[in-house]
Write a protein that binds this ligand. Structure first.
Ligand SMILES: [Zn+2]
Length: 376
């Protein structure tokens, strides 16, 4: 089946009027500068589908819940332009980690075609530094050397990203082991010195969990993980671009420090994202959402966001980032981190996972393998 999608195409280095020829769900060719450039220029903005590698739930659905919850989350995310994702668990009790892994694995083959496609899962914990625990239950934190090896072994199949504080006992060896398995260690929730952080990247960690949040920072006499992350051109960094987790005044600093293909927009969204203000429980801890800001009840500790990647892209552009850069950070870069070379860009040979956006970058409709789905 052949389909033409016309509009202002968000390509790797620019937004250009043009047409995408889709055949059997794949992009056969991309045509720009043709005679109907005028019509395309008046069309919607067309971006590659977003890839959220760090998301705990959406629309009232929890990534650590049952198959219905995972399906609900996938469907809610798709309607925000997210066509691929990793269900992400916060720190769970040791025995719960393999159960979460097994639930996601069992659900994946039958995941709904009108939802974002799961590409495995992400574990944020339990190898976090107690002093940088953020909104994770300190009683559940472990070191790689201190965990029952069977728990880890049973959780590796389908695991794509795992947050690790590189200074913990056994972390470098675990990072190396994961790298050998094609699993991305993501340095974060860490009090590492800059040397410990660099050792983590050298051991094979390709990425960084939510830059500046829950990590040793940019102290000019005691540099930490944030400095190592921002000065290592090979390292990816996640940015939660909701305006709460990192003040927008720092976003240009991140954009200038990182090569354009190493920035990852992630939502770090909580299960009740999209549900307005209220109270809930995540990872056993009480969380309150007020005015789009989620905190551990009675504290100022941020507990994750209530955005999706469409908001992150809008926020980046509002703060002066070029559209193609923001979209790359939400699509091509996370896809590349996962080695998912079949998606993440508007280019021949990729899946036709597409998002149509209006001039305010609000999602109009989303295309996954089965065709177009209206945003809401
Ligand atoms: Zn998280």
């Amino acid at each position: 089946m052949r389909e033409i999608v016309a509009g202002r195409l968000v390509l790797a280095d620019a937004v250009v009027p043009g047409r995408i020829v889709v055949e059997d769900g794949w992009i056969a060719s991309v045509e720009t500068g043709g005679e109907d450039g005028g019509a395309a220029a008046a069309g919607p903005i067309v971006a590659p589908g977003f890839v959220d590698v760090h998301v705990h739930g959406w629309g009232g659905h929890d990534a650590t819940g049952d198959a219905d919850a995972l399906s609900g989350m996938a469907r809610a995310l798709l309607r925000r332009g997210v066509t691929s994702f990793l269900p992400t668990a916060p720190t769970l009790a040791e025995a719960e980690i393999p159960r979460f892994a097994e639930r996601v694995r069992a659900w994946m083959p039958g995941a709904p075609a009108d939802g974002a496609e799961p590409l495995g899962f992400n574990l944020e914990g339990p190898f976090l530094a107690p002093s940088r625990k953020g909104a994770h239950d300190p009683a559940l934190l472990r070191t790689p050397a201190g965990i029952d090896p069977a728990v880890l072994d049973a959780s590796l199949d389908g695991l794509r990203i795992m947050t690790i504080a590189p200074e913990l006992d056994g972390s470098p060896a675990l990072i190396e082991r994961l790298a050998g398995l094609g699993i991305a260690a993501s340095l974060g929730h860490s009090a590492a010195t800059v040397e410990e952080a660099r050792a983590g990247y050298r051991a094979g960690a390709p990425t960084t969990t939510h830059i500046f949040n829950a990590m040793s920072g940019v102290d000019h006499r005691a540099p930490g993980l944030a400095v190592a992350a921002l000065t290592d051109d090979a390292a990816y960094v996640e940015l939660i671009a909701d305006g709460n987790h990192v003040h927008p005044a720092l976003w240009p600093l991140v954009r200038r420090a990182k090569p354009v293909d190493r920035l990852l927009l992630v939502s770090d969204a909580l299960p009740f994202a999209g549900m307005g203000d209220g109270r809930t429980v995540i990872g056993g801890l009480d969380v309150e959402v007020r005015d789009g800001r989620a905190t551990l009840l009675g504290t100022e500790t941020l507990a994750g966001s209530v955005i999706a990647l469409d908001s992150a892209v809008r926020n980046m552009v509002r703060e002066g980032g070029p559209i193609h850069e923001a979209v790359a950070a939400a699509a091509a870069n996370p896809a590349a981190l996962l080695g998912a070379a079949d998606r993440g860009a508007i280019a021949a040979g990729r899946r036709a996972h597409l998002v149509e956006l209006d001039d305010d970058l609000r999602v109009l409709r989303v295309r996954r393998d089965g065709g177009w789905i209206a945003a809401r």
